[in-house]
Design a binder for this molecule. Structure first.
Ligand SMILES: [Zn+2]
Length: 73
C-alpha cells in the first residue's frame, strides 16, 4: 500500500534554541531549552505555542478534524 500523506506533518514538538514568544498570548515566553508546540501555517513561517496554550489549540484542531471526519459522506 502506498504511504498516506500526512497533511499536518508540520505539527511538532520543538525545543526552543533560544527564548521565543508564544504566538497565542504575546506576554507568554518560551524559555531557551523548553519544549513547546510548533507548526507552520505558511511553510517556513513557524508559529510557536507555549505549553500553557498548546492543549487548547490542539483540542480545537482535534475537534475540527473530528467534525470533518463526521461530516464526510
Ligand atoms: Zn502561550
Amino acid at each position: 500500500m502506498a504511504k498516506v500523506r500526512n497533511i499536518i506533518g508540520d505539527f511538532r514538538v520543538e525545543v526552543a534554541a533560544r527564548k521565543r514568544k508564544c504566538d497565542v498570548k504575546k506576554d507568554h515566553e518560551i524559555g531557551a531549552g523548553e519544549s513547546h508546540f510548533a507548526y507552520e501555517k505558511v511553510p517556513g513561517q513557524r508559529k510557536n505555542v507555549c505549553k500553557l496554550c498548546a492543549p487548547d489549540i490542539l483540542q480545537v484542531a482535534q475537534d475540527h478534524l473530528s467534525q470533518i471526519i463526521k461530516d464526510l459522506p
